[in-house]
Design a protein around this ligand. Structure first.
Ligand SMILES: [Zn+2]
Length: 276
């Protein structure tokens, strides 16, 4: 991220020079708009593959994602975005039947610059059935604090188990994580997680069902990826109960990613369902 910052600085200096010329005739509130416009131009310059750098703060943070690339339009213009605020009163109607079947699986561990992610290695059978569609687990990763809120409360972390069907449609299971007992399942992964961007040399083997509360009930809704390009048609299931990790484990993650969450998005016309 160093390169864009240097470029950003020089562009901002240019913008400041331009703005000060404009300021002679324009009121001061035009400043923010200028900054946003100049940033669009900056990213046009930076984007040679159509995918711009994004982050969780400042001018590449969530409120600007939609401006960073034409591929990220859904981040600002989408109408079914994630995460959302969940409420325990939203527990009336089931949207989809839900069946989870996980097994012991080998994962590679990656620091991808936005989170720590475990990618399924080789073939495995970790299925999520929503109605008649079968989705297979591809990866899981973490956010801190949580992205979804429950009765307006944030949790220390949230794990997203990302599944794909054979048409590449996505279904994500989100599990909220609270500070408490040490998480033995995550201990091995935490030992391996790379401090810098890249993949750990060793893999881990675990059963992802250990990351899911045994008395799993889920909120269900249609949403999106919570990172650019914020693509929609993602089927979300979010657990209403939590798993735990120790304060040391929380600290170890936050040393790398203290703030990798997207703020709550409008529910709009969507209805949240619930599976017991
Ligand atoms: Zn996520």
């Amino acid at each position: 991220m160093k390169k864009p910052n240097v470029l950003l600085k020089s562009t901002m200096i240019t913008t400041l020079l331009l703005s000060s010329t404009l300021l002679v005739t324009t009121p001061i509130y035009a400043h923010t708009e200028n900054q946003q416009l100049s940033y669009k131009t900056l990213n046009d310059l930076l984007t040679d593959d159509g995918h711009s750098g994004w982050s969780y703060s400042g001018l590449t943070g969530p409120e600007y994602w939609g401006e960073l690339s034409k591929d990220y339009k859904a981040c600002s213009k989408g109408e079914e975005q994630s995460p959302i605020a969940l409420h325990n009163e939203d527990t009336s109607n089931e949207k989809w039947s839900f069946d989870l079947d996980y097994e012991e699986t080998e994962f590679s561990i990656e620091n991808n610059g936005h989170t720590i992610q475990a990618n399924v290695e080789g073939s495995s059978s970790n299925t999520l059935h929503l109605n008649n569609t079968e989705y297979n687990l591809v990866q899981f990763h973490f956010h801190s604090p949580s992205e979804h809120t429950l009765d307006d409360e944030y949790f220390e972390m949230e794990v997203h188990l990302v599944h794909q069907d054979h048409n590449a449609n996505l279904a994500v299971l989100g599990v909220l994580i609270e500070e408490g007992e040490q998480n033995e399942t995550l201990a091995g992964m935490w030992d391996l997680m790379p401090e810098d961007q890249g993949e750990a040399t060793e893999t881990i083997t675990l059963n992802p069902s250990e990351l899911v509360p045994s008395d799993l009930s889920t909120f269900q809704y249609d949403g999106s990826l919570t990172t650019p390009p914020c693509s929609e048609d993602v089927k979300w299931s979010v657990s209403d109960s939590t798993i735990s990790l120790s304060s040391e484990q929380l600290q170890a993650f936050q040393d790398l990613y203290p703030n990798n969450y997207r703020p709550i998005q409008d529910l709009g016309n969507r209805e949240v369902g619930f599976h017991y």
